[in-house]
Write a protein that binds this ligand. Structure first.
Ligand SMILES: [Fe+2]
Ligand SMILES: [Fe+2]
Length: 144
């Protein structure tokens, strides 16, 4: 399958669980982009691929927010709001009942722009705080 959104080393936060989940997420997003580009994809196939992406997203957001609680990250609320906004944006897409084509265009834009920005900007903001706090108490779930 084509790699539409390739994983890059610069996306690595250094928190092992987060990085492996981000990589898994990229895999799921690539499958979804593949389904969007495949003109043979039925509405059901497309909706299933979006559903799968959202289920994994939900799992991943929860994991990050558990880390925030465990490490008492001061900007947890702010980050939580960004996660909620993403979920709402995707939810709204379904509720608007748009045409298949409009849906495809909107999903593509959200996938590329939102996820890359979120990982490179927002997730990268909490990573150094979590890592320095974790390293201080001798945890080993971090790279280097
Ligand atoms: Fe996040
Ligand atoms: Fe993340």
């Amino acid at each position: 399958m084509k790699n539409y959104l390739p994983w890059k080393e610069e996306y690595r936060t250094g928190i092992k669980s987060v990085d492996s989940q981000h990589q898994q997420l990229f895999q799921i997003i690539n499958d979804l982009i593949g389904a969007i580009h495949d003109s043979n994809s039925s509405k059901e196939v497309l909706n299933k691929a979006i559903q799968k992406m959202m289920e994994y997203t939900e799992f991943h957001f929860k994991h990050e927010e558990e880390i925030f609680r465990a490490y008492q990250y001061p900007s947890a609320d702010d980050h939580h709001q960004k996660h909620e906004l993403f979920k709402k944006t995707v939810q709204d897409l379904f509720e608007k009942n748009q045409t298949q084509e409009m849906m495809k265009t909107a999903v593509l834009a959200i996938l590329k722009d939102w996820w890359l920005k979120h990982i490179l900007v927002e997730d990268m903001t909490y990573a150094p705080f979590i890592k320095s706090k974790g390293e201080k108490i001798g945890l080993t779930e971090f790279d280097q």
